[in-house]
Design a protein around this ligand. Structure first.
Ligand SMILES: Cc1ncc(C[n+]2csc(CCOP(=O)(O)OP(=O)(O)O)c2C)c(N)n1
Ligand SMILES: [Mg+2]
Length: 553
C-alpha cells in the first residue's frame, strides 16, 4: 500500500486503505480461501488496521456489533461466503434491528460462476439476495478502482437515515486483482434539513403540556445532554427501557423505567419520543400496549422518515439525527414554556416506592444486580442477555451514562451477549465491560473465550447457572401444568471450563462473594475473567414488563 494514489493496488488493499481512511481500526474476522487476498492486505496494513480473529463467524459479527454499540462508530467484520455469512447472520440481523453501523466484508465464489450452481466451495444460492434481506445497503466489488468508492458509499449509508449495517461482497478471484485505485475521501452523511415549522409545533405542544413524558430509544444515545436539558425545562420524566437506558442518568429523579412510566401513562398528555419505536406503548405487538388515545399528543423524532407514522400518525414528526433537532427545540421552547416547579420530591417518592416493590418482588435478581452496580465503575459497560438477571436489570439496574447499558432491543436473541461484550471491551479498553449471561445463553458463544485469551481482552463474564433455560422452564411450569420439555440443561463445570481456556475463573455463591470476585476481576486488565454464580429458579419479571392498556385504545 502506498500514499501515491496512482499506484497499483489489489482490491483487498484498496478496501483496507478505505476502511483506515474512514477511521475503522479493527476488522473482526475469520479467514478462508475466498478471502486470502483480503487477509494479505490486512497483514500489510497491520500498523493501521488490527485484525481480531474469532472462533466462529457469529463471534466476529457480534464483536463488531459490540464495538459499534460501545463506541457509536462504524465497525467491520470479514467472513467467507455461504456458511461463513450465514454463521454471522444472527449478529447482522441484530445490528439491523439495533440500527448499528456494522460493515460486513463477505467473500464470494469465482465471479464468472456466480449464479451457475456449479457447486463451488461455500456456494450460497443468490448470496447477494440474502445480503439484501439482511442489510439495507449491499454492493458487489469487482475491481480495485471501485473499492474505495463502494466503501465510502457503504460508510455513508450506515450513517444516513436509519442507521444500520451494510455489506460488501467480493469474489475469490477479484480480491487480489491489481489496478490503479484512487482513494475516495469519506462522503458526508445525508442529513435532512430541520423542519422549523415542526420544531415550532413541537415546542407549542410541549410548552402547553401538563404531564409531558420523554421516551428514549437507542436513537437517543448520542443526545444525552439535550434530553437532560429538555427534561429539566419540562420537568418531564424520561423513560428508557432497553436501548434508551443511560440517556438520562438514573440518579436524576426524572429518569424512569417501564413500571413507573406505566403508572404515569394514564395522565400523560404529550409524549416526546426520541429514536424509539414505542414498542411498549403503540398497538403493534403482543406484549402490551399501554394504549394511545386522542387525548395524548405524540411528537416523534426519528432518523427514519417511515418510522413516525408506521403505526399511528403522530401529532408532529421531526426527521433526522436527534441531537441537532433537540438543540433547536431547546432554543425555541422557552418562547412557549413557562418555568415549571420542580417535580424532584414527587418523583423521588415514586421512585422509592417502585424500587422497594421491585426489590421485593424480584429479590434474588435485585441482590445480584446491587452487587454488580456496587463494583462496576460509573463508566463501566453492562452488556445484557436474555436471562432472568437481564430482564430485571432493564427495570432496576441504575445506569449513569449513555452507551453503558447494551441491550439487544426487539430481537432479544439469546446468546448475543458474550461475544457482543467481547467486542465492546476490545473497542473500549479504557473501561471495564461486564457481560451477564444465563447458562443457556452463555454456551452460544462461550467458545470465544479462546478469542478473549488470544487477544488479551479483559472482559468480565458472569454466568448465572440455574441448570435450565429458566425462562422457558418457568413458562412450562406456570402455563403448561409443569409439562417440562427441552428446558433442562447439562452444563460443564464453568470454573474449570473457563480455566481450561486460560481465563481466570471462580465461583461466587452469594452477592457478597460476587462483589469480592468482581473486585478481583476488575484488577485484571490483560486477561478475561469468568465468574459462575449458582442460582435457583427466580421470580417472574413479566408482570412488570407486559403492562396493561390504561388508555382504552
Ligand atoms: C436466539 C434465541 N433462541 C431462543 C430464544 C428463546 N429463549 C428466551 S429465554 C430462553 C432461555 C434462557 O436460558 P438462560 O440463558 O439459561 O437464562 P435463564 O432464563 O435460565 O436465566 C430461551 C431459550 C431466544 N430468545 N433467542
Ligand atoms: Mg439458565
Amino acid at each position: 500500500m502506498t500514499d501515491d494514489p496512482q499506484q497499483q493496488m489489489t482490491t483487498g488493499e484498496a478496501v483496507v486503505a478505505s476502511l483506515a481512511a474512514h477511521g475503522v481500526d479493527t476488522v473482526y474476522a475469520l479467514p478462508g480461501v475466498q478471502n486470502d487476498h483480503l487477509f494479505d492486505a490486512l497483514y500489510r496494513a497491520q500498523n493501521q488496521v488490527r485484525t481480531v480473529h474469532t472462533r466462529h463467524e457469529q463471534g466476529a459479527a457480534y464483536m463488531a456489533l459490540g464495538a459499534a454499540l460501545a463506541t457509536g462508530k462504524p465497525q467491520a467484520c470479514a467472513v467467507v461466503p455461504g456458511p461463513g455469512l450465514l454463521n454471522s447472520a444472527a449478529a447482522l440481523l441484530t445490528a439491523y434491528s439495533m440500527n448499528a453501523p456494522v460493515l460486513a466484508l463477505v467473500g464470494e465464489i469465482p465471479e464468472r460462476d456466480i449464479g451457475r450452481r456449479l457447486g463451488h466451495l461455500h456456494e450460497l444460492r443468490d448470496q447477494a439476495g440474502v445480503l439484501a434481506r439482511l442489510v439495507d445497503h449491499a454492493a458487489h466489488i469487482r475491481a480495485p478502482d471501485e473499492a474505495s468508492r463502494l466503501v465510502a458509499q457503504a460508510m455513508r449509508a450506515m450513517r444516513s437515515g436509519r442507521r444500520g449495517p451494510a455489506a460488501l461482497e467480493c469474489a475469490i478471484d477479484l480480491w487480489g486483482k491489481a489496478g490503479a485505485a484512487a482513494p475516495q475521501p469519506p462522503l458526508a452523511a445525508e442529513e435532512p434539513a430541520i423542519d422549523e415549522d415542526a420544531i415550532r409545533a413541537a415546542a407549542k405542544r410541549l410548552g402547553a403540556a401538563k404531564h409531558p413524558m420523554i421516551i428514549c430509544g437507542g436513537g437517543a444515545q448520542d443526545a444525552s445532554a439535550e434530553v437532560t436539558a429538555l427534561s429539566a425545562m419540562l420537568q418531564a420524566p424520561v423513560l428508557g427501557y432497553r436501548r434508551g437506558r443511560g440517556v438520562l442518568d438514573s440518579r436524576d429523579p426524572l429518569s424512569i423505567t417501564l413500571p413507573l412510566a406505566h403508572e404515569l401513562w394514564a395522565k400523560t398528555d404529550v409524549v416526546l419520543a426520541v429514536g424509539t419505536r414505542m414498542l411498549a406503548q403503540q398497538p403493534r405487538i403482543f406484549d402490551g400496549p399501554w394504549g394511545l388515545d386522542d387525548d395524548i399528543a405524540v411528537i416523534r423524532i426519528d432518523s427514519d422518515p417511515a418510522e413516525p407514522a408506521r403505526v399511528r400518525a403522530p401529532a408532529v414528526a421531526l426527521v433526522g439525527d436527534a441531537a441537532p433537532i433537540l438543540r433547536r427545540l431547546i432554543d425555541v421552547l422557552p418562547g412557549h414554556n413557562s418555568t415549571r416547579s420542580s417535580r424532584a420530591s414527587e418523583m423521588t417518592l415514586r421512585q422509592g416506592a417502585w424500587r422497594e416493590r421491585l426489590a421485593d418482588a424480584l429479590a434474588p435478581q435485585a441482590a445480584w444486580l446491587d452487587a454488580l452496580r456496587a463494583e462496576l465503575p460509573e463508566d463501566g459497560i453492562y452488556v445484557d442477555e436474555v436471562t432472568q438477571i437481564g430482564f430485571a436489570a432493564r427495570l432496576l439496574f441504575p445506569v449513569y451514562r449513555p452507551r453503558t447499558f447494551l441491550s439487544p432491543g426487539y430481537q432479544d436473541n439469546l446468546g448475543w451477549g458474550f461475544a457482543t461484550a467481547l467486542g465492546a471491551q476490545h473497542a473500549r479498553p479504557d473501561v471495564p465491560v461486564v457481560s451477564i449471561n444465563g447458562d443457556g445463553g452463555f454456551l452460544f458463544t462461550a467458545n470465544e473465550l479462546a478469542t478473549a485469551v488470544r487477544h488479551r481482552i479483559p472482559l468480565i463474564a458472569i454466568v448465572f447457572n440455574d441448570g435450565a433455560f429458566g425462562n422457558v422452564r418457568r413458562i412450562q411450569e406456570d402455563q403448561f401444568d409443569g409439562r417440562l420439555i427441552a428446558s433442562d440443561l447439562a452444563n460443564p463445570d464453568f470454573v474449570r471450563f473457563g480455566r481450561s481456556f486460560g481465563a481466570a475463573a471462580e465461583r461466587a455463591k452469594t452477592p457478597r462473594a460476587l462483589r469480592a470476585a468482581l473486585r478481583r476481576a476488575l484488577q485484571r486488565r490483560d486477561m478475561p475473567s469468568l465468574i459462575e454464580v449458582p442460582v435457583g429458579p427466580m421470580p417472574s419479571p413479566w408482570s412488570f414488563i407486559m403492562l396493561p392498556n390504561v388508555r382504552g385504545s
